[in-house]
Design a protein around this ligand. Structure first.
Ligand code: TXA
Ligand code: MG
Length: 336
């Protein structure tokens, strides 16, 4: 592909003009940075899939500035989706709805449904409003990598492949939105996110959790779940606590000198603190599960920048945002 000159933008109207011309602009949201394109422009969408290296069978989420603009994106609004949007939007929730004909088929990978999200981040809303378009935006990273949560990281992955990135504050949450399929009956949670299952069930007690039974099933119901996601280059291993990580790292039978080299090639992050901090290539411990979620992707990337091969991550509790964090960690550690 032709290399573009990616500009770092501060001006919302300049960024909106690029989107209206069919260009690609990355922008901050409260979850992660999105890579925006006009959801009604086939040519812009082709550029977006190429820039990310994203498989064309993985559908994109369409972003609008206000809930009442949903008729630009969807044919109808099921009652359950209305209830969820009334409670949680603008915010980190995506509802899957029947697709409107004006949204390109490339957005939805040929599905008759479309993911709709109203971000709460002020720059995101201002940009979408100024563009006056429904904006398709996957996370702003090369496909398969951890999502970008700072504009600098977005540039690291996509410099020369996109037209611009809106300089923005970091994303408050740090992991992607909760995705709920509101077309199926009963509605199903497809991807855990900042809004937990328990919170969703306060407005939709009938909600179930979608567990794909095989690859074929996942392809039909939520194509994105089938593709490798959120993975650093380092090999990720999950542990129950820092002690278990320390023991695993030290368990190799090797000379003291070799062990020192091995530990320098290991990293750890979690809620507990590792006792091997001074020996590890890098490590982080977090004060809360929210901080863990907020920092995880940037930490994974810092591990890769240092060329460290092994990353040990502590499993969090699975309540609140812990369920989403746990989901991303499990994917990062999976061999697929
Ligand atoms: O927080 C977020 O959701 C971020 C920000 C930028 O909004 N976006 C994001 O997009 O994470 P992406 O493309 O990385 O993930 C979209 C997920 C994928 O798992 C995809 O399969 C699912 O949403 N999805 C999108 N449209 C769908 C549809 N019509 N049916 C089922 N799943 C869908
Ligand atoms: Mg993504």
């Amino acid at each position: 592909m032709t290399l573009l000159n990616t500009i770092v933008l501060d001006d919302i109207s300049q960024a909106a003009a690029i989107l209206r011309r069919g260009g690609l602009v990355a922008f901050p949201t409260e979850t992660v940075f999105g890579l925006g394109a006009d959801a009604t422009n086939q040519n812009a969408l082709e550029k977006l899939f190429a820039a990310k290296g994203r498989p064309s069978d993985n559908p994109l989420i369409v972003h609008i500035a206000d809930v009442d603009q949903w008729p630009m994106v969807a044919r109808e609004m099921p009652e359950v989706a209305q209830r969820m949007l009334a409670k949680f939007a603008p915010g980190p929730i995506t509802v899957v709805l029947p697709k409107h004909a004006s949204i390109c088929d490339a957005v939805t990978a040929g599905l008759d449904t479309v993911g709709l999200r109203v971000p709460s981040h002020s720059q995101a809303r201002a940009l979408i409003s100024a563009a006056g378009l429904p904006i398709a935006a996957p996370s702003a990273n090369r496909s398969g990598m951890p999502s970008g949560t700072t504009w600098q990281t977005v540039l690291e992955d996509l410099d020369g492949r996109i037209d611009g990135v809106l300089r923005g504050s970091t994303c408050a949450i740090g992991i992607e939105s909760t995705v709920v399929d509101c077309v199926s009956q009963p509605p199903r949670l497809l991807r855990p996110g900042a809004i937990s299952l328990a919170e969703l069930q306060t407005v939709a007690p009938e909600l179930s959790v979608y567990l794909p039974t095989d690859d074929q099933d996942a392809t039909v119901n939520s194509p994105g779940l089938r593709h490798p996601h959120y993975k650093p280059s380092a090999v990720v291993q999950l542990v129950d606590n820092a002690n278990q990580a320390d023991n695993n790292m030290k368990s190799k039978r090797m000379s003291a000198e070799k062990l020192e080299q091995h530990l320098a090639n290991c990293a750890y992050c979690g809620l507990d603190e590792s006792k091997l901090v001074g020996y590890l290539g890098t490590s982080r411990h977090f004060e809360s599960v929210e901080e863990y979620a907020h920092e995880l992707y940037e930490f994974m990337r810092s591990v890769d920048r240092l060329g460290i091969q092994f990353l040990y991550c502590q499993r969090p509790v699975t309540s609140g945002i812990g369920a989403a964090l746990s989901d991303r960690l499990t994917r990062a550690a999976s061999s697929k």
